[in-house]
Design a protein around this ligand. Structure first.
Ligand code: NDP
Ligand code: FE
Length: 512
């Protein structure tokens, strides 16, 4: 059997021999509610936690396994840790009359709301409703099904927050005991963040997907205009694969550039301000954070482009890649004529294929390295090498691929034709990205940027950093005299400090 022993400020398991454990050492667990969540957590407690853990299921009519079933009042009196498995709207009605009894009890708030409040979480409301209870926000990110079934999909992490450290640790240990991975997010105000987790749907993907669709549409419409409106280069029957393959390639190379361009723009910002302690503009901050998603979108589109290109690999579809087949029919045919239809690729086809294959290979390595189990095996330098160096190599090879595809055509046309060609247009952003990368790799610029990134400031008498809007993380500006401030405060507070004095310094904003 297991009890929690709070010794030297850390809670550890203590195996207690049968009979020796006193009632006060035992942690009885209560569950208020009879709904889906209550039944699921009670079942989990019964099967996963030690026999000695007692769960009280309030007001349930049928007996549930060996778990004691009783009234809410019983549950509150007997349990030390209580799961509050009822809806947020019922909190006042349910707990109003038990406020004195709930004093010093650990109340686990598992509730969610369709629209979480920006100013007060359910858990914060609960801690004002029952001020003497130790409220811990936890388990709300799991569904009742995931609690009951080990095989259910989705993350098994349990985020928790609460102002009482011991209560938080006890709930952490309990979560682990139940087979989940606790992630302690600190004080109860973090519950606002935790309550937003279950209702979010891939928030970090929305921007990159919308951007990819927009870029694809622009390229697609331009290609329709060039190949169908201006001239009739293709039949509409080819719209599904042959024609669509072109904007796929153009979008992929644009997205790949968009993945690597921000690092150079960040260097430009840092050189301009002469410090690394700057808050980037909101749009740029978002762009920096979307690089991984943009890179993955580029990889997906490149994969589709490769599949389609391989499927279409024939002299009919890729005419310019192959030697033309010349058939000379003799004038005086006296016997059956056999016509060989074999042709070889010209240098353009072979070179474009090679550059394309190598670029795809680099992207595959990049994509594999983003898988958490793989990235965990890399140290910081290896990760940086793959993400930055290999990424730029892959962009360079993609540029070579497109140049080989387009350059022979450029040689035959005038300036206007070159400027209008899709190969030329799609190369503008990648070439800018690669040029900036080369520029910032020159020793003089590279050394200067590295110096700034290590903390050197060009003008350290005043602070050039701007913090016009509070965000969830990043840098804040504060008065120099006030540098002993607690920076674990919220972002709005940091705003007020910034405007108090010109003599300011920059701090990293933590735990917000
Ligand atoms: N279900 C899930 O997958 C998840 C649920 N949650 C959270 O868990 C909580 C419970 O959800 P769920 O079990 O699905 O909801 P249910 O509707 O299935 O159950 C609600 C429970 O609350 C009880 N209840 C309502 N009003 C009172 C009251 N005044 N006093 C005492 N008990 C009351 C109900 O009892 P009665 O039937 O007798 O009225 C019922 O047992 C919610 O806050 C929800 O956000 C969180 C994550 C996942
Ligand atoms: Fe291609």
């Amino acid at each position: 059997m297991i009890s929690f022993d709070n010794n030297e400020s850390h809670v550890r398991y203590k195996l207690v021999e049968e009979g020796k454990m006193t009632e006060t050492q035992k942690h009885s667990i209560g569950v208020i509610g009879t709904g889906n969540f209550a039944r699921a957590i009670a079942k989990r407690l019964y099967y996963s936690a030690d026999d000695q853990m007692i769960a009280y299921l309030s007001s349930i009519d049928d007996c549930f396994c060996d778990i004691a079933v009783g009234s809410i009042s019983d549950c509150i009196q007997n349990a030390e840790i209580i799961f509050l498995a009822i809806h947020f709207a019922d909190y006042t009605d349910c707990l109003g009359k038990y406020i004195p009894e709930l004093s010093r009890k650990i109340l686990i708030d598992v509730s969610n709301r369709d629209r979480p409040s920006e100013t007060e979480s359910n858990a914060e409301f609960l801690s004002t409703l029952v001020p003497d209870a130790k409220v811990v926000k936890a388990f709300n990110v799991l569904s009742a099904y995931a609690i009951e079934e080990e095989t259910a999909g989705g993350s098994r992490r349990v985020f928790l927050a609460g102002n009482d450290t011991t209560a938080r640790t006890k709930v952490s240990v309990l979560a682990r005991e139940l087979g989940f991975y606790p992630v302690d997010l600190g004080l109860l105000k973090s519950s606002r963040k935790i309550e937003r987790f279950p209702i979010r749907l891939f928030p970090e993907w929305r921007g990159p997907i919308a951007f990819s669709i927009a870029v694809f549409n622009i390229w697609f419409l331009y290609i329709i205009f060039i190949y169908f409106v201006e001239k009739s280069a293709f039949s509409w029957e080819q719209i599904f694969i042959k024609v669509t393959n072109k904007p796929l390639c153009m979008t992929a190379i644009t997205l790949l550039s968009a993945t690597y361009l921000p690092s150079s723009i960040a260097s430009m910002f840092q050189i301009f301000y002469g410090t690394k302690h700057i808050r980037f503009p909101y749009w740029f901050d978002k762009w920096l954070k979307a690089r991984k998603q943009l890179g993955i979108m580029a990889f997906i589109l490149v994969t589709v482009h490769v599949i389609i290109s391989v499927l279409l690999m024939s002299p009919t579809y890729w005419r310019s890649w192959y030697h033309p087949i010349k058939i000379i029919v003799p004038k005086n045919l006296t016997e059956d004529l056999e016509l060989p239809m074999v042709t070889w690729m010209i240098w353009k086809g072979e070179a474009a294929c090679l550059a394309g294959i190598l670029a795809f290979l680099c992207l595959c390595i990049l994509a594999v390295s983003t898988i958490p189990s793989v990235s965990e095996t890399l140290n910081w330098k290896e990760w940086q090498f793959i993400q930055s160096k290999l990424g730029h190599v892959s962009l360079f090879l993609s540029v070579v691929h497109v140049i080989i595809m387009g350059a022979p055509g450029w040689a035959n046309g005038g300036v206007v034709k070159i400027l209008k060609s899709i190969t030329f247009l799609s190369l503008i952003l990648p070439v800018i990205t690669l040029t900036l990368k080369i520029l910032f790799s020159f020793p003089c610029l590279n050394r200067y940027v590295t110096k700034i990134r290590r903390g050197w400031e060009r003008n350290n008498t005043g602070c050039k950093a701007k913090c016009s809007k509070p965000y969830n993380s990043g840098y804040v500006v504060s008065k120099k005299e006030n540098s002993k401030l607690d920076f674990n405060f919220d972002a709005e507070a940091s705003q007020m400090i910034q405007f108090e004095s010109d003599a300011c310094e920059c701090h990293m904003l933590k735990n917000v």
